[in-house]
Ligand binder design. Structure first.
Ligand code: EPZ
Length: 427
């Protein structure tokens, strides 16, 4: 699976073209990544179907190979054999490339009883502490120590199940505890757990390998430790954030598009907001038809919240949409403390946005102006591409490698629906 896009690649978007047609949606990045980590616990061969061709998955596969796993594709399936894993040290350069590798602590501690990682550090969407991860793992018997910039976790006597309560329903901490607990001695009860659909997918994968987990999708997850797990075959769920991104793109660009092969229930909060904006949506269990309407109505409040609230990963795309709304809208980002780097770029396009801490106030304008803008993180990149679809003239989104971390050739999907979007490889 060759991947990798130059960091100087850019997307060139000619605004003003409506979208129409039918498209599917890639597999979920945020289900695939923890499930790839969980393969470490099986010591066997797992076949994953529907995994997205994105650079974050490439990084995770690089890490698994470096740890000693065998990774290959066979008839469109991603086959990961972790029998040969012998290392527990995540290479610092790859840690820095992708912060979410923090959830490899659970599987490596469960399998190797030791893990060495470097501090994931901050990233473009603000401070990324790991205190909730470390507190939970310590309660399960892991000794955590700092060693020259590395975090070393050891559990010489293995992990012990226990009752845990997360101070915040952290997605990654929930996943780390689930994976650390499946081979632990005894039962773990995790309260105030995150309820995202990707956590349910991780539970289903792990239970298919022989784990005994109940309650994913609720705020209390119970994991009974077992002696061993074995390989399995699993199809990852569709990516609700990519699906939501496409719905918002149609709401802004106008036209009528049918999304197929999705789980509509996962999109409820986005569908509700798009109806408030004035879009028309009809749906079944696994398809949605969205029609963008003008004028775009302002929305009094969008608050990003843990699932099933409005997803923080769609905050930037939503801000692009509301920058064109008739009236003033308010967005409150309650999840991350620094997820507004796209605001300056939207302002360069003429957006009227005021920031006050975690709150953004958008005074909609009839039309933004195309210009050169710079992606700062994955979802900001998606938001800027969407803003360009309806802008006056040409928008050039630079540093598009951020987009390629989580979107499988978004420009091809948009072009297939009628958008004028081209990738310009850096000279
Ligand atoms: C996951 O990140 C997703 N990544 C993120 O998607 C998503 O935005 C986020 O969940 C929230 O839904 C993956 O699944 C790979 P958190 P994660 O732990 O697990 C604070 C994308 O664009 N916190 O739920 O890192 C943290 O600082 C990415 O696909 C602590 O304080 O998110 C944040 O403010 C971006 N201490 C909040 O909790 C901790 O120990 C939510 O973080 C852990 C987290």
């Amino acid at each position: 699976m060759e991947m990798g896009t130059g960091s100087r690649d850019k997307l060139v978007i000619t605004g003003g073209w409506k979208l129409s047609g039918t498209t599917g949606v890639q597999g979920s990045k945020n289900a695939t990544l923890p499930i790839l980590g969980a393969t470490i616990l099986t010591g066997g061969e797992c076949s994953l179907l529907g995994t997205p061709r994105i650079t974050d998955v490439e990084v995770m596969l690089k890490i698994l190979r470096l740890l000693g796993a065998d990774v290959r594709t066979f008839r469109g399936e991603l086959v990961v054999d972790t029998k040969g894993i012998g290392s527990c040290h995540i290479p610092p350069n790859l840690m820095r490339e992708m912060r979410s590798t923090i959830f490899l602590m659970g599987p490596l501690l469960g399998r190797m009883r030791k893990v060495i990682i470097s501090h994931p550090g901050g990233c473009a969407i603000g401070n990324r502490p790991i205190d909730l991860h470390l507190k939970a793992l310590s309660a399960m018997g892991v000794e955590i120590r700092d060693d020259h910039g590395f975090i070393v976790g050891t559990a010489p006597r293995g992990l012990s199940g226990c009752d845990l309560h997360l101070d915040f329903p952290s997605v990654g901490a929930t996943e780390n505890v689930m994976m650390a607990a499946v081979l632990a001695r005894g039962t773990t009860v995790l309260r105030n757990a995150a309820k995202e659909p990707e956590i349910v997918d991780l539970q289903n994968f792990l239970n298919n390998t022989g784990a005994r987990i109940m309650g994913a999708g609720t705020d209390t997850i119970r994991i009974e430790g077992v002696d061993s797990l074995s390989g399995t075959k699993h199809t990852v769920i569709p990516d609700r954030i990519v699906a939501g991104t496409l719905l918002i793109a149609v709401a802004l660009a106008g036209g009528k598009v049918r999304l197929e092969g999705i789980i509509v229930e996962h999109l409820e909060p986005v569908i509700a907001k798009l109806r408030e904006v004035g879009s028309e949506l009809t749906m079944g269990d696994d398809w949605v038809v969205v029609e963008g309407r003008r004028p775009i109505r302002a929305v009094e409040s969008v608050r990003t919240l843990p699932y099933p609230g409005f997803p923080t990963d769609l905050q930037a795309p939503m801000m692009s949409l509301l920058s064109y709304a008739e009236g003033t809208s308010i967005i409150t980002e309650t999840i991350f403390d620094g997820r507004y780097h796209h605001v300056d770029e939207l302002r360069r396009m003429g957006a009227q946005i005021k920031l006050d801490g975690r709150t953004a106030m958008m005074k909609g304008v009839e039309r933004l102006s195309g210009t050169a803008v710079e992606a700062t993180d994955l979802r900001a990149a998606a938001g800027l591409v969407i803003a360009g679809l309806a802008a006056d003239g040409i928008t050039v989104v630079e540093k598009i490698h951020h987009l390629d971390r989580g979107y499988e050739r978004l420009e091809d999907t948009l072009r297939s629906l009628g958008a004028k979007v081209d990738r310009a490889k850096a000279a």
